[in-house]
Design a protein around this ligand. Structure first.
Ligand code: HEM
Length: 438
C-alpha cells in the first residue's frame, strides 16, 4: 500500500483554468464520444488522480499505476463493486461481477473451472463452426456492418461454448433487441447526473425467458454436457441465482469480444500495409485448414494487432468501485461511498508510460516487451480480473484468423469514435468492404 502521513486534496475540475475548462467542454459537441477526450484533457492538466464534480456524479478518476495497484490488490477489501441502486445491479442482481466478499468467492469457485484454458481448448472447432455459420451468410462481394456482424458471431460462439446451445437465427432475431436494450440500459445515461436509476426495461423479457428455458431444459437432461450451465445447476439450487450468473457471463462475455473484434478489424482496414502482412501470415500458416489454437499461436502479427487494438480501445475502459469506508489512497483521503474509477483507457494512453501512446504501433509488442506493472489492464488486474480473459484471447484470435482466411478486406477511410456504451465501441457502426475467397 502507498502510505503518506499528510493527506492532500484531490484536484477537481473546478481547479482547471477557465480556458482549460472551456477547451475540455468543447469535446461535448461529440456527445458521449466527447467524454474520453475530456478525461484526457483533464488528466493532462490535473494529473493522475482527479475528481469530477457533476450533480450526483462525483467520481474520483485514477490513472496512476501505483494507486491502481492499491485499488485492485492491496486495498481491494476497502472497496465495494456496486451501490444498491444501479442499472448494472438491477440487471445482473447477484451475478459474480457485482458481488463482494465471500459470496463472490463462492461464485468464482463455481464459474472459474468452465473458463479455464484446458476446458475450452478442445472446443476450438466449435468456435470456428459458430463463426462459419455467420460468415456463410456474408455476401461474396459487398459490405458488412462490422459491429453488428461481430455481435452475431460473439453471441453464437458464447452460447455454443458456455451453454452448449446452438442458437438458431430465429432465436437470435428474437433476442437481438432485448440484448441491445439490456446493453443500453447498463451504459452511461443521463440518469447518472439525475441520481435515480431507471427501471429495468420490460423489453428484456425474451432474454430472461431464454435463460430460464435453458435452465429448465438442462435440469431435465440426464447426461448434461460439461459446460458453464451444468456447473451452475450442479452447484446452485436457486434458478434465479443461476439466471444471474448466465446473464452476467452472457453480457460480460459477448459485448466485450464484439467491441474488440470490431476495433481490430477497423484498425486493420485503416492500416492496409500492416493488414497485408497479417493476411500473408494467416494464409501461409493456415493454408486451407481452419485455425486451431496451436496455429493461432503462430500468428505473431495478428497477436500484436490484437494487443495493440485492446490497448488503444479497451472494451472495458474503466473499473468502477465504491469506497466501503473512509479510506486513505496514497496521499489522499477519500470519504465512504465515493465512486472511484480506475481508468484503463487513460493508463493505456499515459504519455509517461507509453511511447507514442496514441499511435497504432503493433510492432511495439515484440516478444520481449513487457509493459510497466499496472499500465496495461485490458482484462483488469488483481484477484478480480477477468474470468473470461483466456477464452476471449483465444476466441478473438480464432475468429479474426478465420475472417482473414475466408475474406479479403478492403482498406477503409471511414472515421469512427470510441463511444461509451456498456463497452467502448466504435461509433458509428462502420461498413467493411469484403470479397469472399473460400
Ligand atoms: C475482449 C474481451 C474481454 C475484455 C476486454 C474483458 C475485460 C474485463 C475487465 C477489465 C474486467 C475487470 C473489471 C473491473 O475490474 O472492474 C473483467 C471482469 C470480468 N469479465 Fe471480462 N472481459 C472480456 C471477456 C470476457 C468473457 C469472454 C467473459 C465470460 C465468458 C467475461 C466475464 C467477466 C466476468 C464474470 C468478470 C468479473 C470477474 C470477477 O469479478 O471476479 N469477460 N473483464
Amino acid at each position: 500500500m502507498t502510505t503518506s502521513t499528510t493527506s492532500r486534496p484531490i484536484p477537481t475540475v473546478a481547479d482547471l483554468s477557465p480556458r482549460d475548462g472551456l477547451r475540455a467542454l468543447a469535446h461535448l459537441r461529440h456527445g458521449l464520444s466527447g467524454i474520453l477526450p475530456i478525461l484526457e484533457h483533464v488528466h493532462a492538466q490535473l494529473g493522475d488522480i482527479f475528481q469530477l464534480t457533476l450533480p450526483h456524479f462525483r467520481p474520483v478518476v485514477v490513472a496512476s499505476p501505483a494507486l491502481i495497484r492499491d485499488i485492485l490488490t492491496t486495498q481491494r477489501h476497502q472497496f465495494l463493486w456496486r451501490p444498491e441502486d444501479d442499472p448494472v445491479m438491477r440487471l445482473l442482481r447477484r451475478g459474480i461481477l457485482v458481488t463482494d466478499g465471500a459470496e463472490h468467492d463462492c461464485l468464482h469457485a463455481v464459474i472459474a473451472p468452465s473458463s479455464r484454458r484446458n476446458h475450452f481448448l478442445p472446443r476450438a472447432d466449435a468456435i470456428i463452426a459458430a463463426t462459419d455459420r455467420a460468415l456463410d451468410r456474408w455476401p461474396s462481394k459487398g459490405r458488412i456492418l462490422t459491429l453488428t456482424e461481430m455481435r452475431k458471431i460473439a453471441l453464437l460462439v458464447f452460447e455454443e461454448i458456455y451453454f452448449s446451445h446452438t442458437l438458431s437465427w430465429e432465436e437470435l432475431n428474437t433476442l437481438w433487441t432485448p440484448i441491445l436494450r439490456a446493453l443500453a440500459y447498463i451504459g452511461p445515461g443521463v440518469w447518472v447526473v439525475r441520481g435515480r436509476a431507471p427501471n429495468l426495461p420490460r423489453a428484456i423479457q425474451p432474454l430472461e425467458a431464454h435463460l430460464y428455458a435453458l435452465i429448465a431444459r438442462r435440469r431435465a437432461t440426464p447426461s448434461p454436457p460439461d459446460d458453464l450451465l451444468t456447473h451452475l445447476i450442479q452447484h446452485l439450487d436457486d434458478d434465479d441465482l443461476v439466471r444471474d450468473q448466465m446473464m452476467t457471463m452472457l453480457i460480460a462475455g459477448h459485448d466485450t469480444s464484439t467491441a474488440h473484434l470490431a476495433w481490430t478489424l477497423w484498425l486493420l482496414a485503416r492500416h492496409p500495409d500492416w493488414l497485408a502482412k497479417v493476411v500473408e501470415d494467416v494464409r501461409t500458416v493456415l493454408g486451407t485448414e481452419p485455425p486451431t489454437p496451436e496455429k493461432a499461436n503462430a500468428l505473431v502479427r495478428l497477436d500484436q494487432t490484437s494487443k495493440e487494438s485492446i490497448r488503444l480501445y479497451p472494451p472495458i475502459h474503466v473499473g468502477n468501485r465504491f469506497t466501503a469506508a473512509d479510506i486513505t489512497l496514497g496521499a489522499y483521503r477519500i470519504p465512504a461511498g465515493t465512486r472511484v474509477m480506475v481508468s484503463i483507457y487513460l493508463v493505456h494512453r499515459h504519455p509517461a508510460m507509453w511511447e507514442a501512446p496514441h499511435v497504432f504501433q503493433p510492432t511495439r509488442w515484440q516478444s520481449d516487451f513487457r509493459p510497466q506493472p499496472f499500465t496495461y489492464l485490458p482484462f483488469g488486474g488483481g484477484p478480480r480480473n477477468c474470468i473470461g480473459g483466456a477464452f476471449a484471447m483465444l476466441e478473438t484470435r480464432l475468429i479474426l484468423a478465420r475472417i482473414l482466411q475466408r475474406f479479403d478486406i478492403e482498406p477503409t477511410h471511414q472515421h469512427v469514435r470510441p463511444r461509451m456504451g456498456a463497452t467502448l465501441e466504435p461509433h458509428p457502426d462502420f461498413y467493411l468492404t469484403i470479397r469472399r475467397r473460400v
